[in-house]
Design a protein around this ligand. Structure first.
Ligand SMILES: C[S@@+](CC[C@H](N)C(=O)[O-])C[C@H]1O[C@@H](n2cnc3c(N)ncnc32)[C@H](O)[C@@H]1O
Length: 231
């Protein structure tokens, strides 16, 4: 048995709208009139699925600068890399939303296929951008989401990267930034969040945490919600 996933890079796997709704405690009805930005969206199908329901979503990720054939191939290899670690790390997870590793794999494949289809027909929804510095305008989006990019990889992305990224996300969002999860790959709360909350450079931001009822990786129910004090 192993107590943490071994990942030496940010992997290219994607999640679905159903999963995003759980992570981010999203009420789709209330989001109809809002511009939403998914940062580090990768091969998630959230953007395409949400757009099909009438939502205004833009996906941002550095991979959109790469040939789509490369992205498609690498995402399969990365998924294999993740799946092969599940037998040894399964005890770190709650198997309620996903019944087992096969069920999890079906969600990941659905996200990948949904992304590839939407990317082909609606490339305008997918914008090349990378944290910690983007080209988006101040308050360009109402709600900004980041799934499985920040905090989780705190062994690869240092505190300064996280600070600059959170300040950038706070600049782009007119209403709120939500980041999920705040655990590292062992399932421990990343200490970067508490450092950000205490950091004088982040004093223009308000951090609140809402506790959800979704935690695939154990201890990952908490969702930080970040707003600006001054508008
Ligand atoms: C594990 S995937 C998560 C994808 C999606 N958010 C989801 O939850 O399904 C991590 C993503 O972060 C992206 N990424 C890596 N470095 C980044 C950066 N500096 N800024 C924004 N995204 C980045 C990767 O390209 C990849 O698509």
């Amino acid at each position: 048995m192993k107590d943490r996933f071994d990942l030496d890079e940010v992997v290219l796997i994607g999640r679905t709208l159903a999963e995003y709704c759980q992570y981010f405690q999203l009420d789709m009805e209330t989001l109809q009139s809002e511009r939403i930005l998914d940062v580090g969206a990768g091969i998630s199908s959230f953007c395409g699925e949400a757009a099909a329901r009438g939502l205004d979503v833009t996906a941002a990720d550095p991979i959109y600068a790469l040939p789509i054939e490369y992205v498609a191939q690498k995402s399969v290899a990365d998924m294999d890399k993740v799946l092969e670690q599940f037998p040894e790390t399964a005890h770190k997870y709650n198997w309620t939303f996903y019944r087992d590793a096969d069920d999890l794999c079906r969600y990941r494949q659905s996200a990948r296929q949904g992304f590839l289809k939407d990317y082909r027909f609606h490339p305008d929804r997918y914008v090349t951008a990378a944290l910690p510095e983007t080209h988006f305008r101040d308050k360009e989006f109402g709600l900004v989401l980041v799934s499985h990019v920040l905090f989780l990889y705190d062994h690869l992305l240092d505190y300064d990267f996280h600070k600059r990224s959170v300040l950038e996300l706070g600049r782009i969002a007119s209403r709120e930034v939500r980041i999920y999860p705040i655990t590292d790959l062992s399932g421990n709360r990343s200490n970067y969040l508490d450092r950000l909350i205490a950091d004088p450079d982040c004093s223009d931001l308000t951090f609140t945490t809402s506790r959800g009822n979704f935690a695939f990786l154990k201890n990952s129910e908490d969702l930080p919600r970040i707003t600006r004090k001054r508008t």
